[in-house]
Design a protein around this ligand. Sequence first.
Ligand SMILES: Cc1cc2nc3c(=O)[nH]c(=O)nc-3n(C[C@H](O)[C@H](O)[C@H](O)COP(=O)(O)OP(=O)(O)OC[C@H]3O[C@@H](n4cnc5c(N)ncnc54)[C@H](O)[C@@H]3O)c2cc1C
Length: 383
Amino acid sequence: MDFGLSDEQKQIREEVRRFAENEIEPVAKEYDVEEKYPHEIMDKAAEMGLLGAHIPLDYGGAGYSNLESAIITEELFAVDPGIGLCITSAAFGADAIMEFGTDDQKERFLTPVAEGEAIMGAAISEPDTGSDVSSVSTSAEKDGDEWVINGNKMWITNGSVGDYYVVLCQTDPDADGRYNGFSQIVVESDRDGFESEKITGKLGIRASDTAELILDDVRVPEDNLIGTRGMGFLQQMQFFDETRTAVAAQGVGIAKGASEAALDYAQEREQFDRPISEFQAIQHKLAEMHTQTEAARNLTYKAAWNVDQGEDITKLASMAKEFASQVAVDVADEAVQIHGGAGYVNDFPVERFYRDAKITQIYEGTTEIQKNIIARELLGKGF
Ligand SMILES: Cc1cc2nc3c(=O)[nH]c(=O)nc-3n(C[C@H](O)[C@H](O)[C@H](O)COP(=O)(O)OP(=O)(O)OC[C@H]3O[C@@H](n4cnc5c(N)ncnc54)[C@H](O)[C@@H]3O)c2cc1C
């Protein structure tokens, strides 16, 4: 299936898949079991231009489109979602700087990530703030020419390995309107008062770093504020079309990896003197898994392509995320079933796909929130 991809896009797909098979596959189990961040692989990914793949060429990035980023994400996640997330999230939060940042901010924060010298993150969620982003309570108060930031951020990807974070703060608590009064501010991890605590024991994506950030009177220069003061929430909402499409691509990758592994295994494993692929029950599972994966890919590519055309695709992005994440969970489940007992231990990648798939239904807005958005758009209700 090439969805009308250009020769260059097909080549990106092949190169990334080769990189993932050569560099990631042999060590994926080790990083998962040990819950360790793959610094060595990140260096190699940087050489391939995979960190900050969508950062513009002017700032040292590869300048890939959303469709190309989706292809890269799909191939990495088809081999290992945990390490795939480390690579694709190294520039998490960069969109805000790309869209609203000054030239100085772009040079300071985007170029080091694109060159593999820094890792960043986006810090929105808090212990008491998840689906309802408008209840963010981390505060940033102006003191002279600095912002003084206090609060806790929860579940932050790259939280204990990152160099800086785009932090959603409340800067104007008395502002009119529920969604005004928030601003996005870059906070460097080497500032006094910044601490992070790594969260271990995750169900899946265990190579990916997740942490709580503790911000205690952290002072940053006033020019770390991104865009217009008070518009941070609305700026943030603007990127969900891109980030939700990216999570949809993660789901497609997991479904692809799991369905390919199941197809291989079904032809190797023999019971009742024949490969299990000769049983119609298994054939139907394989047919359904590959059909679902293809459908999720088409919806995801359509969303990514539309983001690239500058379309406002709130409903389509939520549909792609909701559908592809469900497909990832369902296909990984069937892949384990086709492996029987062998699928229940970590000698085969399907055990990892099964655990890793679940996160795609949780982060960047849960499945329930995506359905709320789709229904709201269908009914013509504003948020
Ligand atoms: C591994 C991992 C990495 C993450 N990385 C980041 C990151 O880098 N940056 C960041 O800011 N956050 C990150 N998150 C946080 C993630 O975005 C939140 O967990 C997610 O938005 C859900 O919020 P919550 O966990 O507080 O759940 P809650 O909002 O408490 O939801 C609990 C349940 O209630 C449901 N629910 C809530 N509201 C409604 C409603 N209105 N209608 C119907 N159902 C509803 C939810 O769907 C869910 O089923 C990460 C989380 C994980 C687990």
